[in-house]
Design a protein around this ligand. Sequence first.
Ligand code: UTP
Length: 627
Amino acid sequence: MASAVDSAIQKLATVQLNELSTSSSPNLQKNLSILSPEQIELGKMLLETGQVHLFENWPDPGVDDDDKKALLAQVDLLNSSYPGGLASYIKTARELLADSKAGRNPFDGFTPSVPSGEVLTCGDDNFIQYEESGVKQIQNAAFVLVAGGLGERLGYKGIKVALPMETTTGTCFLQHYIESILSLSKASYKHAQGECQRDVPLVIMTSDDTHGHTLQLLESNSYFGMKPTQVKLLKQEKVACLADNDARLALDPNNKYKIQTKPHGHGDVHALLYSSGLLKEWKDAGLRWVLFFQDTNGLLFKAIPAALGVSVTKEYHVNSLAVPRKAKEAIGGITKLTHTDGREMVINVEYNQLDPLLRATGHPDGDVNCETGFSPYPGNINQLILELGPYIDELSKTGGAIKEFINPKYKDSTKTEFKSSTRLECMMQDYPKTLPPSARVGFTVTEIWLAYAPVKNNPEDAAKVPKGNPYHSATSGETAIYRANSMILRKAGVKVDDPVTQVFNGQEVEVWSRVVWKPKWAVTFSDVKSKVKGNNSVSQKSTLVIKGHNVVIEDLKLDGALIVDSVDEAEVKVGGGSVCNNGWTIESVDKDCVELPEEVRIRGFKINKKEQLEEFYGESGNFCLKP
Ligand code: UTP
C-alpha cells in the first residue's frame, strides 16, 4: 500500500518536475525512478535555484545509483541544518555575492558613535560589588562554549580545548572551564540561601572536526567532575561552498556526487541552541542568563563574575566583554551605529572597517586614540552575556539566523571568478544586528591582563607579529596566566617580584612568578583577598600552586616551589616562615625538536621540576604548614 502511495507521489513529482523544466535536467529526469519522493522534491528545489550543473554528469539509472542517492542525502542534510533551507542559503548568497562584486559598503548610511558601557578596574570596590551580584546569578545561568573551530592558524593536531592552559599543573582548557563553572555555582549556591541547588548547564558547540575528540576528552576524564547530564554537545554542520557569482554549489573536485562544504562560523550557535529546544527548557527551569565563551581564553573566568554583575545591575539584554583597544589594533571595536532611516544597533565593527567608516562620517583622522591613550571604541573579545527572555523572543522571530557575510577571493579585478570556492559565514557577535532599538545592548570593559589571552597563532606567525601587538600564541597564553595571577595577588596585598623579560619561540614575553590556583580555591577577587593574610612575598623564580579549597596563606616568604593540596573538609594555614628551594625553572626548548610533545614545542619552553615543598591534606581538620 505504502509503495503504491509512494509511486503515485513519485509520478506526481515527475509531472511537476517535467512542468518545471523538461529540458533543464534530462539527467535528473531519467534517474527519477531510483529516487524517493523526498529526494525528487530536493532535486526540484535544486533546479529551481539554478543548480542544474549538479546533475550534468549523472549517468543512466543503474550506474552509480548509491552515489546519486548519497548526493541527495547530503543535500537533505544541508537543507535541514540551515534556517530557511538551502533555497534561502542560495538566495542570500546571490545577494551578498552581488553586493561584494559591486563593492557595496555594508555600513552605508550608518554613523558611528561610542556606545555606553561599564569600565571596570580589577580589585576596586565597584569591581567587588559587581562580582558579588554576578556570583549570585550564576545559579540562573547557562554556559555555552563554542568549540567547533578548525584552529588553522594554530595548526595544533589535537582539539584546542585539550591543550594545557599552563604547563605548571598541565590543566587543559576544558578542565579549567568546567572546574570554574562548578566552583562558581557552588559559590552562588551559598548566596542562594536555601534555594535548591541547580546543576548549571554547559553546552559545547562542536563540529565534525572537533566532536569526537571533545566527547572522548570528557568521557576519559569523567567530565572533569561535572555530571554527564549537565553537559550537552551540539554539533554544527558545515555549509555548501559556492563556485561562482551565481551561487552555483561547488562539487568536490574528486567526487562529482559530493558538494564541497566549509565551516559556517561560530554564529551557528544561536540557531543550534534554538532548534535544540534547550533555550525553552532553561527558561522553563527559571534560568535568566546565557554566557558564551571561546575555546582558548584561560583568563576569561576572572572577568565573568563581574561582567555578569554588570548585566544584572544594568539589565543588559546583551553584554559584550571588551578590553581597552589601541587605535588600529587588529580587533573589532564595539560601536553604536545610527542609520539615516533611524535604525540603531550596538555592534562589533571589524578594525579594517572602523577606520574607513569613521573617515567617511566626519572624523578625518579615522580610528585614533582619545585622551585615555586608547580608542574610545572598546575592543571586542567575543564573549557575550545574553539575557535569556529577550534572547528567546528574538530567536523566535529569526529562528536563530544571524546576518551573514561572504568573503570571496577573486582571481582578478573583474571579480568574475574565484580563486577557490567560497561560502556564507556568520559570527556569534553579530546577533544584535537584528535587535530592535529598544534592546538594551551594552559592554563591560576590563583590563586586558585580567580577561584576554587567547591561543590562536602558531609560533612562526606569532613571532612575526609587529612589536607591541599581542602574540595570541601558546607562549603568550601561558605567561598571561602567571602574570594575571601574580597581579591579582599583588592587588590582594602580596609582595610579588617584578617579572623578567625572556624570549621563547621568537616572542618577547614577561615571565612572572608561576602562580596557579584551582578555581575551588578562588573564583573571585574577594576570594583571593580573604585567603591571603599578613605579610607574604613571592620571588620571581618561585612557583606557587594552590589546589585545596580552604587554604589560607599567611606570612609566607616563598623563594622556590610550593604546592599545597587538600580535601575540601581540611582547613590549612600555610606560612609563618620561608620556603626556600631550587624550585621549578622555566627553560627554553627548540620548537623544531621533534622528540618533544607538540604541546611543549608550541610554547617554546618547559617547566623543569627541580625541587619543591609539596603537601596534601587528605582528612578533615585544621592543619598548619609552617616551613
Ligand atoms: P577562531 O576565531 O579562533 O577560529 O574562533 P578557529 O576556526 O577556531 O581558528 P582558525 O581561524 O581556523 O585559526 C573563535 C571561536 O569560535 C569557535 C572556535 O572554536 C573558537 O572557540 N568556532 C569557530 C566555532 O565554534 N565554529 C566555527 O565555525 C568557527
